[in-house]
Design a protein around this ligand. Structure first.
Ligand code: 13P
Length: 287
C-alpha cells in the first residue's frame, strides 16, 4: 500500500524503532524489498536516487513500476516511494511523477538558500500529500577515491530547517555513504542528542546505514533516529552472490544464463540483507 512516510515515522519515533529506507535500482531490487517487508509485516521506504531514477528511464517509470508491483504482489504493509538526495528540480519532478515522499538535499547551499528552497518544496509536497525530508550538514563519503569525513550538523541550523514544516530531518553526525574507512571515529552521539533536543522530537534520519556497528544503530534509534538509509549493503550482497554464481560456472550449466536464473541468487541476497536490517531496526510486525 503506497503511502507517504509521515505516519510510519511518527509511529516509529513513538515506538522507539527505526524504519529502513532501502534504495532501489531495478525491478529485482524492488521486488526483493517489497516481498521481504510484507513477509516481516514491516513498513518500508523505497529510496530512489537521482542517478537510479535516470538509470530506470525516469521517475515516471519508477513510480509506475512501484505502484503496479505493489498492487500485483498484494502488498498490504505501508510502502513509501521516496526521492533520495533530491535536487530542487528532481524533487518537483517526483511530485509530478507520483512519488509519495521526497528528500530535498540543500545541504550544499548556504543556509539561507537551503531555507528558501526547502520552504517552497514543503508547500508543494504537502499540497500533493507527500512527506518531505531535508538535510543539514552534508553526509560525507567516498568519491573518486577521496574519503571525506561526515560533517556534523549545527543544532541551530537543524532547528531552523525543522521549523519550516518538514516531516523528518537528515542531520550529519559523522555518518558517511558507502563503506566506512578503518579510522572512522564513529557516530557523534553528543551531536545527535543536541540536534534531537533542538528539533522538538522530529523524526531524525540516519544516512549511510551500511557498515555502522549494530550497537551504534541501536543507540542512534534510542536518541531519536526513526529512519535509517541502506544502499551500499544491498549492492554488496547482490554482487557477492552473483559473483559466486558465475565463479561456480552455473551460468554455463543448462540454461543458467537465463537472466531469471542468473539474477536469482542476487535477489535472494538482497532479501537476506533487508531481513537482517528490519530485525535490527525493530520494525518487524509494526506495519
Ligand atoms: P549507504 O550506501 O552507506 O548504505 O547509504 C545509503 C544512504 O544514506 C542513501 O541516502
Amino acid at each position: 500500500m503506497l503511502v507517504n512516510a509521515t505516519n510510519m515515522l511518527l509511529k516509529a519515533r513513538d515506538g522507539h524503532y527505526g524504519v529502513g529506507q532501502f534504495n532501489i535500482n531495478n525491478l529485482e531490487w524492488t521486488k526483493s524489498i517489497l516481498l521481504t517487508a510484507q513477509e516481516m509485516n514491516s513498513p518500508v521506504i523505497l529510496g530512489v536516487s537521482e542517478g537510479a531514477g535516470k538509470y530506470m528511464a525516469g521517475f515516471k517509470v519508477v513510480a509506475a513500476m512501484v505502484r503496479a508491483m505493489d498492487e500485483s504482489l498484494g502488498i498490504t504493509v505501508p510502502v513509501a516511494l521516496h526521492l533520495d538526495h533530491g535536487t530542487y528540480e528532481g524533487a518537483k519532478a517526483c511530485i509530478e511523477a507520483g512519488f509519495t515522499s521526497i528528500m530535498f538535499d540543500g545541504s550544499h547551499y548556504p543556509i539561507e538558500e537551503n531555507v528558501a528552497k526547502t520552504t517552497e518544496l514543503v508547500a508543494m509536497a504537502h499540497d500533493h500529500g507527500l512527506s518531505i525530508e531535508a538535510e543539514v550538514g552534508s553526509i560525507g563519503g567516498e568519491e573518486d577515491g577521496v574519503v571525506g569525513a561526515g560533517e556534523v550538523a549545527d543544532p541551530a541550523e537543524c532547528a531552523k530547517i525543522t521549523a519550516l514544516g518538514i516531516d523528518f530531518l537528515a542531520a550529519g553526525i559523522g555518518n558517511i555513504h558507502g563503506k566506512y574507512p578503518a579510522n572512522w571515529k564513529g557516530l557523534d552521539f553528543d551531536a545527535l542528542e543536541k540536534i534531537h533536543q533542538a528539533t522538538g522530537n522530529i523524526p531524525l534520519v540516519l544516512h549511510g546505514g551500511t557498515g555502522i556497528p549494530e550497537e551504534m544503530v541501536r543507540k542512534a534509534i534510542s536518541l531519536g533516529v526513526s529512519k535509517i538509509n541502506v544502499n551500499t549493503e544491498c549492492q554488496l550482497s547482490f554482487a557477492d552472490a552473483t559473483r559466486k554464481y558465475i565463479e561456480a560456472g552455473k551460468d554455463l550449466q543448462g540454461k543458467g544464463y537465463d537472466p531469471r536464473k542468473l539474477l536469482a541468487p542476487g535477489a535472494e541476497a538482497i532479501k537476506a540483507t533487508v531481513r537482517e536490517k528490519i530485525e535490527l531496526f525493530g520494525s518487524a510486525n509494526k506495519a
